[in-house]
Each structure stands twice: as C-alpha cells, then as structure tokens.
Design a protein around this ligand. Structure first.
Ligand code: PDD
Length: 278
C-alpha cells in the first residue's frame, strides 16, 4: 500500500514521524474515517465538516485547503486500488520541544492511509454483536474526534476478554455511544431512540444519515437519551459508524435484547443505508 504523509506518497515502511510529534507526546491530534464504496467516499462532505470542526475546537492548524485535501483523498483511493474499504486521516499539531503549549512554528502532521476491505455481507449484516455496557470514563468533549483513544482501547480489550465484540458507554443520564459507534434503540411502539447531540458524544456521520433516511421512510426517530432501563427493555438495538455501517446488537452484558436476533427495524435501516451508499 501507499500512504500519504506531509505531502508525500510513500510505502508504509518509509514513512516516519518525529518522536517529538505532539500527537505522540500529548495525544494532540484528531482523525476521520471514511467508508469507501465502489471507489466513492461515503458522506465525504459531512466528514470534512466534522474534520474542520475538530481542528477548530482543538486549535490544531488546518493542514491543507479543502480542494487539495479532496484531491489527495481521491488519489489515495486510486493509488491503493480501494474498491470497497476505508480511508483513515489523522492530523496532529506537529513536532516541537516537549512543552504543553508548543511552539508557534510547528506545522501540522497529516497522515492518510487507505485500506481495502470487502464487506458485501456487512452492508446488511444479519448477525448481531454482543457488547459490554461500561461507565463512560472519557473526557467531556467527546464531540471532538480525538486520537486520544485509551478509554476506548481499554473498553474494547476488556469486552474481548469477556468474549464480547465491543463496548457501549453510559453516563449519569444514559447511553452515550459505542466505543467507536453511535447507538440506536427501537422501543416497543417502534419508536427509534438515539441520544441528542451534545459534548457527550461524537456527532456520527452515519448516525446523521440514518436519522435522515429513516425519517424519509416514515419511521419515528426521536433524539432522546436512552436510559439503561430502556436499553435493556428495547426490542432492538443497533450501532452505526463508518466501519460498522448498521450492525445489530443482540446481547448487552449477557442479557438478550428482544428475541436475540436482528430486528425488522434494524433490517429496514440496513436496507435504507445499503440503497443510499450503492
Ligand atoms: N469511529 N462514536 C465514536 C466514539 C466513534 O469513534 C465513531 C467512529 C462514531 C461513529 O461516527 P461515524 O458514523 O462518523 O463513523 C461514533 C471510527 C469509525 C473509528 O474510530 O474507527
């Protein structure tokens, strides 16, 4: 494969970053992940908007103008021959001395990687995943897509050790989001709940798209906090992200959700999303 690092296209083993990079030393960096379907970046614009927002909110300099960035993203799809897969982009505030506030001259570090991954089944994955439900120990600006992912790594590794696939976080109000996804619950009366946007969760591009598609299809989506009780009482639960697309959740903390199988509303959202991305 070929990656992009600070203006150059390189094989991974020839790409290196300074140990003084502030992403390495402080975790001062943000990222994006695009789903690529048939060589197109899904929801290109909304991810670019979120990228801008993450940069602005974290005070990390904008590495490139948008048009230039889009050209590089598209070139990466071609160079790596990605028909279906993912594009990963990361920006850190660059190298300097190890000082919390950094140096004014630091140029941001921009890394872009592409990964081919065939997911014909995953687009409408019928198999559900089992997850842990754990306290959200992250910081209080989860709306910024930061590379500071230690809590997510810990939660996912702990879930794996329990034989589960992933983790869902909760705070004092209820479910915040998955460790790398947003959470939807389908209640008895077919109402679909997902937490309203705030600093407590990432504004997922897939979340946004699913809300739009589901509403257009006449489904009743309400942006409301999902309490823990509602989560376990739900008929269906599913998660969304650039990598999960729409994936059913069938067990949470060992408790079966609904009838333990992908539900009809989840299936409907998968089909809506599949039609949208193809
Ligand atoms: N994660 N919430 C969190 C904490 C996430 O990390 C992600 C995405 C989402 C879903 O956002 P989107 O629908 O825009 O992908 C929600 C990416 C895929 C990752 O970390 O690999």
């Amino acid at each position: 494969g070929t990656l992009f690092l600070n203006g150059r296209y390189l094989p991974p083993d020839q790409a290196s970053v300074s140990v003084m990079d502030r992403g390495f030393l402080f975790g001062e960096g943000i990222y994006e992940v695009w789903l690529v379907v048939e060589r197109r970046l899904v929801d290109l614009e909304s991810h670019l908007k979120r990228l801008d927002r993450s940069l602005r909110e974290s005070g990390i300099p904008v590495p490139l103008e948008r048009a230039e960035l889009v050209a590089i993203l598209e070139k990466m799809v071609c160079l790596n021959n990605v028909t279906n897969g993912f594009i990963y982009l990361q920006v850190t505030s660059g190298a300097g001395e190890r000082s919390f506030t950094g140096t004014a001259t630091g140029r941001p570090t921009l890394l872009i990687m592409a990964q081919e991954k065939d997911f014909p089944g995953a687009i409408s994955q019928s198999e559900g995943i089992c997850v842990d439900l754990v306290p959200d120990i992250r910081w209080l600006r989860r709306d910024i897509k930061t590379i500071m992912l230690l809590p997510q790594v810990m939660a996912k590794k702990a879930a794996m050790a329990h034989g589960n696939k992933d983790a869902i976080f909760y705070d004092d109000e209820g479910v915040t989001e998955g460790a790398s996804s947003n959470v939807f619950a389908v209640m008895d009366d077919k109402v679909i709940l997902t937490r309203p946007l705030s600093h407590s969760l990432l504004p997922g591009c897939t979340r946004d798209r699913i809300i739009k598609l589901a509403r257009e299809a006449g489904l009743d989506v309400r942006e409301q906090v999902i309490t823990q009780d509602q989560l376990f009482a739900a008929q269906e639960v599913f998660v969304t992200s650039a990598t999960y697309l729409v994936t059913p959740v069938i067990r949470i903390d060992g408790r079966t959700i609904g009838n333990g199988q992908r539900g009809v509303v989840t299936r409907q959202c998968q089909d809506l999303y599949a039609d949208y991305i193809r």
